[in-house]
Design a protein around this ligand. Structure first.
Ligand code: PCA
Length: 220
């Protein structure tokens, strides 16, 4: 079985400092690993609204994966952030790598308003925490290219029985050191360990016992 792990190219967030994106660094570090009898395939997606959906579609068509985890960077977040929901909305906070900043547009006209992750999100959170990683659930992947890819992923795989979802990662320490004020960070080795564990948990398919409620920030 193939596992697809996607990461993004660096993009121009003023909170980023050096031009690196931990999501791609993590994905490529795991490329080729055999986990639970399956093989990890890393693919780098462009941080461009016009290019990311096709790159994702090409990877899905070529690999026909049995599990997909898309990764992205969310500077300012202090933990491995397991996204629960993709929304059918593009409302770019900053320009993408084409310099394009679309506002108030659907990802896919006529598609549902939202899709949930089909990863075992609470099992991921609890398993990562049990291993000592900072981890939490998130109710918004934003309205930039990460959410676009998450939405496209869930739309394309809807009803296929292939678990898929999105995880946002904190800044790397070298990025955080270059920001003012300094954003939280997590080292690359720890990020790689956390995502490897997330893949293993997702492969085992388990939901957290009794589905403990989320203890994240309330929605205002
Ligand atoms: N993060 C951006 C897009 C690419 C990335 O790594 C986001 O959160 O939308």
């Amino acid at each position: 079985m193939n596992i697809l792990l996607t990461g993004f190219e660096p993009f121009g967030d003023p909170l980023h400092g050096p031009a690196v994106n931990p999501s791609w660094e993590v994905a490529r570090a795991l490329h080729g690993e055999a986990l639970g009898g399956a093989t990890v395939h890393a693919r780098r997606l462009p941080t461009r609204f016009a290019g990311a959906p096709q790159a994702l579609a090409d990877a899905l068509a070529a690999l026909r994966p049995g599990l997909v985890i898309a990764l992205g960077q969310a500077s300012g977040r202090s933990e491995v952030s397991i996204e629960r929901v993709a929304v059918n909305l593009i409302d770019a906070r900053i320009p993408d790598n084409d310099g394009v900043r679309p506002l108030d547009q659907p990802v896919r006209p006529g598609a549902p308003a939202a899709y949930f992750s089909t990863l075992p999100v609470k099992a991921l959170r609890d398993g990562l925490r049990a291993a000592g990683h900072p981890a939490g659930l998130s109710l918004s992947a934003g309205a930039f290219v990460c959410n676009q890819v998450f939405f496209e992923l869930q739309h394309r795989l809807a009803g296929r029985g292939v678990p898929s979802g999105f995880i946002h990662l904190p800044a790397l320490p070298e990025q955080a050191a270059a920001t003012q004020p300094c954003v939280p960070s997590m080292g690359l080795a720890a990020q790689v360990d956390a995502v490897r564990l997330a893949v293993r948990i997702a492969l085992s398919g388990g939901e957290a016992p009794a589905g403990r409620p989320d203890d994240g920030a309330p929605v205002s």
